[in-house]
Each structure stands twice: as structure tokens, then as C-alpha cells.
Design a binder for this molecule. Structure first.
Ligand code: HEM
Length: 266
């Protein structure tokens, strides 16, 4: 199963053009959903106005070298390792799900666009990347959803309580999970059975929910968060500090603050 390209097997019954059009449609849904979200929340407009306002209180102008250094550190720490989540389980679960998703999506695009012909030979690395990516997404996302999300972890709600905010993580985990089961059943080659087709339908539907739900879900945080981290780090470097009060003329010793105890007040 691990080395089988599920899309080239599927190409025996569905034209690769259909699969490629589906991927393009999913890409369009991301763009449309994110643009609708931006227009509705006016968050990007606020973000740029705020950045322009903060720039006026900059105490130094950054050289190109300093800018590149801030941008590189933001990419390496805030974005690539989600440093905002601190050290611990929350960050580990997120990093696992995030890289799993990236691997799963990249391998899907490569296999669908370059190796989805029944006669094409897929280099073994791509199906392996696809399956490992899906598994990482299921593990990281489930760890977060069952154990770490605030409603369960800090507010003592049962794990099965589902609200609108769960749309993104549930659709993400479902699409990888159904993809894995579909691939397994398809490569098991159960002649005359319909099991793999049922899971293929689940896989398609969960992708439609994931990409069609961008406007209502937390999907777009993967674009907003890097932008916000970059702005925060640049504002710290140029002294504008997002118009926050200046640093105290004393060492930064504020005690443990919210790290004094686990946030479990119920
Ligand atoms: C492929 C890219 C990404 C995927 C698949 C992904 C996935 C997720 C998921 C499933 C959640 C849980 C959502 C929920 O609250 O229900 C989440 C939350 C979060 N993500 Fe991402 N993410 C991605 C990129 C990023 C990036 C680039 C950043 C930061 C620069 C980021 C920062 C966060 C933060 C701070 C949370 C809140 C975590 C919490 O409440 O504990 N994510 N992400």
C-alpha cells in the first residue's frame, strides 16, 4: 500500500483530467474563501492600517540586512516551528499536523498531475510521502482535537462536543484518514467489492468540506499567522512595538505570570 500511487490505480476508472480539475477547483475554493473572509472581517485592511500607523513611531529605520535577518528568523522560528505555541505538546501536535498536511498536499499534487496515468511509473518516494503525510496529519490533528483543544483541555467539555470552530481540524483529519483507508482498500484489491468506492466518496466529500469551508473555518490562519508574526517581529526590531508602551527602564522580570500554573480553572 505504502508504495502504491492511489491516483494511478483510480485512473483505471476515472480520467486523470477529472482528478486534475478537482485539485484546481480546491485551489480556487481556497482563494475565494480567503478573499471572502478578508472582505468580511476587514482584517487585512486593519492589519495594514495598523502597520502604517505603527511605522510612524519607529525609533530606527532597518537596513536591508536587518530586515532580511528578521524575516529569516520569523520563517525559521515563528512559521517553520510554530514558536508561538511555546515548548510542549501543543506545539509538537501542531508541527506534526502542519508538516503532515504539507507533505500530503504536495505529494497529492505531484501524483495527480504527473503520475496519474495508468501507464505512468510513479517513483516510490511520492506514495510513501503521501501516506506518511496523511498519517502525521491524522495523529497530530487527533492529538490536538481529542486532548489539547482548549474546550477539552481547560474547560472540561467532553471530547465529543463539536462546535463550528472544529470544522477545520475535523475536515483536515477526516480527509487524511479517509484517504488512507481508501488507499488501503484499493490496494487490497478486493475484487467485486464496493468498500474502496465508499471511502473514495468520503475522501472527496471531506475535501469539499475542508476547501469549501474556508470562509467559515480556521483554514486561513495558515496565511494570517505568518503575516502577523512577521509584522510583530519587524515592529519589535524598528522600535515601533505596534504602538504599545515603551519597554520599562528595568530588566524584564515579571515573574511567571500565566506560566505560574496550568490554565485549568473549572
Ligand atoms: C499547512 C499549514 C497549517 C496547518 C495544516 C495547520 C493546522 C492547524 C490546526 C488543525 C489547528 C487547530 C485549529 C483549531 O483550533 O481547531 C491549528 C491551530 C493553530 N495554528 Fe496552525 N496550521 C498550519 C499553519 C500554521 C502556521 C504557519 C502557524 C503560525 C505561523 C500556525 C499557528 C497556529 C496556532 C497559533 C494555532 C492555535 C493552536 C491552539 O489553539 O493551541 N499554523 N493549526
Amino acid at each position: 500500500m505504502l508504495v502504491n500511487n492511489p491516483f494511478s490505480i483510480l485512473a483505471g476508472s476515472i480520467s486523470p483530467i477529472f482528478m486534475q480539475s478537482f485539485v484546481i477547483l480546491m485551489g480556487l475554493l481556497i482563494v475565494i474563501g480567503t478573499l471572502m473572509d478578508i472582505i468580511h472581517k476587514k482584517n487585512v485592511k486593519y492589519f495594514f492600517n495598523n502597520a502604517k500607523k505603527a511605522k510612524k513611531s519607529a525609533t530606527k529605520s532597518l537596513t536591508t540586512g536587518e530586515r532580511i535577518s528578521v524575516i529569516s528568523k520569523t520563517i525559521a522560528s515563528d512559521i517553520a516551528t510554530t514558536s508561538e505555541l511555546g515548548a510542549g505538546k501543543r506545539r509538537l501536535a501542531h508541527v506534526m499536523g502542519m508538516y503532515g498536511t504539507i507533505l500530503f498536499w504536495v505529494a497529492s499534487v505531484v501524483m495527480i498531475f504527473f503520475y496519474s496515468n495508468p501507464s505512468s511509473i510513479t517513483p516510490a518516494a511520492w506514495p510513501v510521502i503521501w501516506h506518511i503525510g496523511a498519517l502525521m496529519t491524522v495523529l497530530g490533528g487527533s492529538w490536538f482535537w481529542f486532548f489539547l483543544r482548549v474546550d477539552v483541555y481547560s474547560e472540561a467539555h467532553p471530547w465529543y462536543r463539536i462546535i463550528k470552530a472544529d470544522l477545520f481540524v475535523l475536515a483536515l483529519v477526516s480527509s487524511s484518514f479517509f484517504g488512507l483507508v481508501w488507499s488501503f482498500l484499493q490496494s487490497a484489491n478486493l475484487q467485486g467489492r464496493w468498500d474502496d468506492k465508499v471511502f473514495l466518496v468520503f475522501f472527496i466529500v471531506s475535501n469539499l468540506v475542508l476547501f469549501g469551508g474556508v470562509y467559515w473555518s480556521k483554514f486561513a490562519h495558515m496565511f494570517y499567522k505568518p503575516g502577523a508574526a512577521l509584522q510583530k517581529n519587524l515592529a519589535e526590531a524598528d522600535g515601533s512595538r505596534d504602538n504599545l508602551p515603551p519597554e520599562a527602564d528595568a530588566p524584564e522580570q515579571f515573574g511567571l505570570g500565566i506560566k505560574r500554573e496550568e490554565p485549568k480553572h473549572y
